[in-house]
Design a binder for this molecule. Structure first.
Ligand code: 4AD
Ligand code: MG
Length: 481
């Protein structure tokens, strides 16, 4: 009789002792002696392994030799109550089948701790480690929480295009999409490339943001959100930048900047609560891992324990202050006076670097901070211009250990003001006619923001490098796998 396969997560909670079941998974470790072997089996359903007890004399020696770290096996066995500590159940094997061997001479993952750097080079196999399986289970849960939150609030999930003809953020950091022959492109009379002959009959790129199309949706459906990949050709080789990352961009009609901030804070807290409610065993594993890593550090350099940190953010209001107030705080701060910042804050108007953001969040307030009303010259063209003529109704949310996690704003709803700002910034209005129509016909107050999904993942998992929270990171000079 073929036994029903049960996932390890379910089996570990079972009290059906004596029942016969089948499990399938990958061997993490095997230990024991000539009489008895213990195999730790993992099938990805949980961080916890199932202990398989193998009575050695009952099995073929060659078969047992093939049970090495990384091999895929199928085991029939009897569920028994565990006498050892840690787990309630183990499986007494009656029949073992090796589905796929993993030659220990060649299999790159050994039953020991590997560095994250090493595992990045083996990104195709790193899912099989405890750390990465925990991270990617949490990533799934966070993506699910995004949809649950917005669905619950009556927002519509809108699929905005990945190939676009516009630069939403105006930062010029785009990847070109073209089918022209790079060696012999068609040329205009003045020697420039003739994109009229390209696939789309114009210059196109991978999108840096779905916002502009999202605004069109919001101005009809009321409240929408996008959640998709986003591409930026910025040459930032940092632990917080990817060339391909996932962004969540809600856009809401009839929301002003305060409504926007309230929604963003509620959303971030919802995601954190979802992780605490649904991913505890993975979080506990990652927390222990972090504590091990921090052992060598001095007391004042150690960060808050992961789960405690998540609860802390959940239970406290975010601090809200204006850019102008932040500049005053930074200008008078110790690291500025002692010239410890790499970029010293002197004048109003300076762009904030991550060192400044982290000072505000980690040293000054020790809480997430929402900064508003930035100088218009360091922000995008679409942001609502404030009455002072200098600032815009922007809001960035800064998180401990991360810096900027959310960027958003109320949008400029006046056609005249928007056109004037675009002219100042040399953004050709002809190309944006479709966008400007929302301001021509039935314009209204509206707002939105973008959450970098991987930056949120960094915060929730406590991982230190953004390359370790996306399955296959794309960064400058790296598009392996
Ligand atoms: O602040 P940004 O550039 O804002 C926008 O794109 C707006 N269109 C959003 C909106 O209002 N709808 O990006 C938003 C967030 C950042 O706060 C950051 O978390 C993340 O996206 N982000 C990146 N994450 C990883 N790698 C990169 N290179 C990122 N660039 C931005
Ligand atoms: Mg930003």
């Amino acid at each position: 009789m073929e036994l029903k396969r049960i996932k390890i997560k379910e089996l570990l909670l079972s009290k059906d002792f004596g029942s016969e079941v089948n499990v399938k998974g990958w061997v993490r470790t095997k230990r024991g002696n000539k009489q008895i072997n213990f195999v730790a089996l993992n099938d990805g359903s949980t961080i916890n392994n199932l202990q398989i007890v193998v009575d050695v004399p009952n099995f073929n020696e060659d078969l047992l030799k093939k049970i090495t770290t990384g091999a895929a096996i199928s085991v029939n066995g009897k569920l028994i109550e565990s006498t050892g500590s840690g787990q309630n159940v183990e499986l007494e094997a009656t029949e073992i089948q090796v589905l796929g061997v993993a030659d220990p001479e060649k299999y790159p993952l050994q039953p020991k701790k590997h560095s994250l750097e090493f595992l990045r080079e083996k990104a195709h196999l790193r899912f099989r480690t405890n750390t990465f399986s925990a991270v990617f289970r949490i990533r799934h849960a966070m993506a699910f929480a995004v949809h649950e939150f917005f669905n619950m609030k009556g927002f519509y999930y809108m699929h905005t295009p990945l190939i676009t003809g516009s630069d939403a953020e105006g930062a010029g950091e785009m990847f070109r999409v073209s089918t022209l022959d790079p060696k012999n492109p068609p040329l205009n009379e003045d020697g420039t490339i003739n994109y009229k002959e390209d696939f789309f009959g114009k210059e196109t790129n991978l999108t840096v943001s779905g916002q502009l199309e999202g605004e069109l949706g919001a101005m009809a459906l009321g409240e929408i959100y996008t959640f998709g990949p986003t591409f930026r050709a910025e040459n930032s080789n940092t632990t917080r930048h990817l060339a391909e990352f996932w962004m969540i961009e809600p856009e809401m009609a009839f929301y002003d900047i305060v409504d926007n901030m309230d929604l963003a804070e509620e959303f971030l807290k919802y995601m954190i609560k979802y992780a605490l409610d649904n991913c505890m065993s993975d979080l506990e594993f990652l927390s222990k891992r972090l504590q091990e890593e921090e052992k060598g550090k001095k007391a004042d350099e150690q960060s808050m324990e992961l789960i405690e940190k998540l609860r802390f953010v959940l239970e406290n209001d975010f601090v809200r202050l204006t850019y102008t107030e932040a500049i005053d705080i930074l200008r008078n701060s110790k690291p500025n006076k002692k010239k410890k910042f790499q970029y010293l804050i002197e004048d109003w108007g300076a762009d904030l670097q991550s060192e400044h953001e982290r000072y505000l969040v980690e040293k000054k307030f020790q809480k997430p901070v929402i900064l508003t009303d930035y100088p218009k010259d360091i922000k995008a063209f679409y942001m609502k211009q404030n009455d002072d003529g200098k600032t815009v109704a922007a809001m960035d949310i800064l998180f401990p250990g991360i810096g900027e996690i959310v960027g958003g704003s109320q949008r400029e709803e006046s056609l005249e003001k928007l056109l004037a700002r675009m002219a100042e910034m040399n953004i050709p209005a002809e190309d944006m006619d479709w966008y400007l129509d929302t301001r021509r016909f039935g314009s209204a107050t509206h707002s939105g923001f973008g959450l970098g999904f991987e930056r949120m993942m960094l915060f929730v998992t406590g991982m230190g490098n953004i390359r370790d929270v996306i399955p296959f990171p794309r960064t400058p000079k790296n598009a392996e796998f």
